[in-house]
Design a protein around this ligand. Structure first.
Ligand SMILES: [Zn+2]
Length: 141
């Protein structure tokens, strides 16, 4: 089990048939995005059809797990019991993703130390044996 950043009372994410392969990769601590087999366009969140060329041919591309803070907010209201406040929600510009961004949490950093453009790396929070959630922490220099 990994370090836990949020309490057990946090609502679990919902997985549909389009998102399930993404969650299965996450459970293996692999950060992936869909890549169109026809035009190479990457997309996140996953979708059944490429928004660029309408092809349904797609594969999963592994990302290196780094990125930078595109923007963030500091949250002072809990969504689950026993949640430590404040916590950080950020939009992460993902490295080698074709320009994709992901909404996640920043962990292991004080709110006053976060800056736009800050380098971050994924850190996996294992919620159970088959559910891991990507969070981001400051990348080592
Ligand atoms: Zn395409």
């Amino acid at each position: 089990m990994s370090e836990r950043y949020f309490p057990n009372g946090m609502p679990a994410p919902m997985a549909n048939t389009t998102m399930l392969p993404w969650w299965q990769a996450a459970a293996e601590h692999r950060l992936v995005v869909q890549q169109c087999g026809a035009c190479g366009h990457t997309r996140f969140p996953p979708a059944p059809i490429c928004p660029e060329c309408r092809s349904d041919d797609a594969a999963w591309k592994d990302l290196p797990g780094g990125g930078e803070v595109f923007t963030y907010t500091i949250v002072h209201r809990p969504i689950a019991a026993e949640q430590e406040l404040p916590y950080l929600i950020a939009v992460i510009a993902l490295d080698d993703s074709g320009g994709l961004r992901m909404i996640s949490n920043l962990v292991a950093v004080a709110p006053q130390d976060v800056t736009i453009g800050m380098r971050v790396e994924v850190v996996w929070e294992d919620m159970s044996d088959d559910l891991a959630i990507p969070r981001f922490r400051p990348a080592p220099n």
